[in-house]
Design a protein around this ligand. Sequence first.
Ligand SMILES: Nc1nc2c(c(=O)[nH]1)N[C@H]1C(S)=C(S)[C@@H](COP(=O)(O)O)O[C@H]1N2
Ligand SMILES: [Mo]
Length: 316
Amino acid sequence: MLIRVRPGWALRESEVTDEGLWRARRRFLSVAAGLAAAPALARAASEATMTAPLPDVRPDPAPPPGERPNTWEQITRYNNFYEFGTGKRDPARYAGRLRTRPWTVVVEGECERPGEIGIEDILRGFPLEERIYRLRCVEGWSMVIPWVGFPLRRLLERFRPTSAARYVAFETLHDPERMPGQHRRILDWPYREGLRMDEAVHPLTILAVGLHGRVLPNQNGAPLRLVVPWKYGFKSIKSIVRIRLVRERPPTTWSQAAPHEYGFYANVNPDVPHPRWSQRYERRIGELRRRPTLPFNGYAEAVAHLYAGMDLRRFF
Ligand SMILES: Nc1nc2c(c(=O)[nH]1)N[C@H]1C(S)=C(S)[C@@H](COP(=O)(O)O)O[C@H]1N2
Ligand SMILES: [Mo]
C-alpha cells in the first residue's frame, strides 16, 4: 500500500506568510514524527496478522536473482479469492472465518490407490522447501512470493497414477456457509483448475502450505494451494479439496466463464494480449514503474520445452 504525504519541504517560502510558514513547519514536524513512528506501528499491525512459523523449512537453493520478495503485508492484503468477494481487500477481511482443520484432500481417478489424505499427514509426510517465485496475475500486476511447500509430483506419486492419467484436475472447497462469495453465482462453483500431466509433475510445480516461513494465511489459499510459477495466477487454485487424475483435458473455471479471454494453458506470454488489454508489461506491487513481462514469467529455460511445436497463440 502506498501512502502519499506531501512533504513539508515542498512548500516554497514565497508561498507562505510568516504565520503560514510557522504552520507549515509545525505540519512538517508532525508529519516527520508520524513517519518515524510508522514503521514500528506497521510492524506491530502486521505481526498481529501473522500466522505461526513452520519448522524445518529448507531454504530455496535457487532464488530468482535480483528479486526481493514482497512483504507479508503486501502478499496477504492484496488477493484474488472470489469465494470471499471480488475486491482485492475482501479475502483479507473475510477469509479469516474459514476453518481449515480438519481438512481432507481426495485423490481419485486414473490411479492404483485412490484415497484421501488429511492436511496433518501432508504436513508430516513431505519435506517442506522454500520457493521464491514470481506470481504474475492476468490483470497486469505481479509479486515475488517466498512460498513454503513441496513438489506436487511427490503427492501424486503416493496414489500411483496409471498411464491413462494424462491430465490432473483440481477443485476448491464448495461450501457457501464457509465461503460466502459462493452465494453469488459470479463463477460456476467450485473453482476448478487443471494441468497436463507433464506440467503437473514438473519440479517447479508445487503445493504450497506456507509463505514467508509461516503457515499459509486463509486469504492465500489455506491450507493447501497450487503454485505454477510460469502461468498466470488464476491457475494457482486455492484451498484444494479434490485432485482427480483424468484422461481428457478437464474444464477450468476461467476458460469456461470466458473462453475467448482465458485458455487452458494460461502460460505467461507478453506476445499474446488478453483481448481487452496488452500483456507486455506488469507492475510489481509496491513499485510505481512498469516492468516488461517475460515469456513464461521468466521460467522459459525450465519449461519452454514442454510446449515445443505448439502454437502458443492458439493454445493460450
Ligand atoms: N479458489 C480460488 N483460487 C484462486 C482464485 C480464486 O478466486 N479462487 N484466484 C486466482 C487468481 S486470479 C490469482 S492472481 C491468485 C492470487 O493468489 P494470492 O492471492 O495468493 O496472491 O489466486 C488464484 N487462485
Ligand atoms: Mo489473477
